[in-house]
Ligand binder design. Structure first.
Ligand code: DI6
Ligand code: FE
Length: 414
């Protein structure tokens, strides 16, 4: 038999479920009784099963057997790489100590830095892979992973390598973010400006090793000032790296406007964002990433300005912000529920926050975040009748089966 000179990629037909494609032209991008045709890693066709092209030749056919298919979830803000945990600090906060007091006394982020530096490469990778698997089981096919608990040239690089390894070991797309400007390491006590200078000098080496997709910072009175973040972001942009920022989480320090001046991909947290900040996001096309896990776990009461963000047309993404200090959750569906109950998002906005808008927050909106022809064949198939059920339950989640780049991934999770 002759082998054709150009083989078309494997074509597969999937049918037997409703689709929430997240195409913005109709609510949920809803297609009842839909079908998807994949070619290799990409989606080739999406529509009602009744409208499938006649005589379509496929290599494989799959029946979902009911349920709802959504784009693979995108967790666009996580700190998955760290050693130890902060359960003791949780107890202290419940007894009345504030997050800032604990941080100023050398606990908080800096205690996790010590535990991370003390962990072996193998232990760090193991712990991180374990967390990533939990996300994958709940439908996450793309995850952003920050460094930020190494805070030295070698330890930040180690954490970024672990993050990269997640994308090599698991069927997930990983975007790495260098968050050296998370806290001041003990070696630089009292010398924050020197630390920022050092960080700027470390960036090109990490970039040359392929470890950095973006640069992040913590702009806050207990962390770094807008002027310090400005210097770091100027260097990042000169290297061609996009930036994003932990901004206005505990106070309004103007980090959002600064990040927008550097064409930031996203500004994250935003509990204390003011009107000027909302307008800056809208003008720059920067995504607002809301993190209800941290708001809840810190027992915050200052709500992010959701109505103003909505009115200004700012895309709103959601993420777990998984980290040991302020958001030790690994459940995107719980975050969707909390975004609705605490922040008053609609269930549809919550799902868009973990798909279409999260893709934009990572600069991947042309490739991911919607079920449309040309995009990567990443999806989650849920045992529900309607997508509004995804944000409804909490503390338990519907069964979810994941396909990533056209391949079922259940076996790696067994
Ligand atoms: N804001 C946060 O909520 C996390 N990082 C940040 O900049 C907290 C990280 C931690 O407490 O370990
Ligand atoms: Fe964070």
């Amino acid at each position: 038999m002759n082998t054709p000179a150009v083989r078309r990629p494997n074509r597969a037909l999937w049918r037997g479920a409703h689709l929430a494609t997240l195409r913005p032209d109709r609510p949920w991008g809803w297609i009842p009784d839909g079908a998807i045709v994949t070619e290799g890693e990409r989606i080739a066709w999406v529509g009602p099963a009744a409208a499938l092209p006649a005589g379509l030749a496929v290599d494989a056919e799959h029946d979902w057997g009911g349920g709802v298919v959504t784009p693979g979830l995108i967790d666009c803000h996580t700190h998955l790489v760290y050693g130890g945990n902060r359960a003791r600090e949780f107890e202290l906060r419940l007894q009345g100590a504030s997050y800032e007091e604990i941080a100023r006394a050398g606990g908080g982020i800096r205690s996790t830095v010590q535990a991370t530096r003390d962990a072996s490469d193998a232990a760090l990778l193991d712990a991180t892979l374990g967390r990533a698997r939990v996300l994958l089981r709940e439908g996450v096919t793309t995850v952003e992973i920050k460094s930020g608990y190494g805070l030295s040239q070698a330890d930040e690089a180690r954490c970024l390598r672990v993050a990269r390894a997640v994308g090599e070991r698991l069927p997930m797309t990983v975007r790495t973010t260098a968050l050296g400007a998370h806290a001041l390491p003990p070696e630089f006590a009292g010398r924050a400006d020197d630390y920022i200078e050092a960080l700027c000098d470390w960036l090109p080496g990490w970039q040359a090793e392929g470890l950095v997709d973006a640069v992040d910072g913590f702009c806050e009175h207990i962390a770094f000032s807008p002027a310090q973040i400005d210097r770091l972001f100027s260097r990042a942009r000169a290297l061609g790296l996009p930036v994003k920022l932990h901004a206005e989480q505990l106070s309004n320090s103007g980090g959002t406007a600064l990040a927008c001046r550097h064409q930031g991909l996203s500004c994250d947290h935003l509990e204390h964002l003011d009107d000027a900040g909302v307008q800056a996001l809208a003008a720059a096309g920067t995504v607002a990433v809301l993190l209800p896990g941290a708001y809840y776990f810190l027992r915050d009461t200052h709500l992010p300005p959701v109505a103003a963000l909505r009115a200004a047309g700012v895309p709103i993404a959601l993420a777990t912000d998984h980290n040991p200090g302020t958001s030790p959750t690994l459940s995107p569906l719980l975050m969707m529920n909390m975004a609705c109950t605490l922040f008053r998002l609609t269930p549809e906005e919550a799902l868009a926050g973990f798909t279409r808008h999260a893709a934009r927050a990572l600069g991947l909106h042309e490739r991911l975040g919607q079920l449309t022809p040309g995009r990567q064949a990443d999806w989650a198939h849920w045992a529900v009748d309607h997508p509004h059920e995804l944000a409804y339950r909490f503390g338990h989640s519907p069964v979810c089966r994941v396909v990533r780049a056209g391949q079922p991934v259940q076996e790696v999770l067994a």
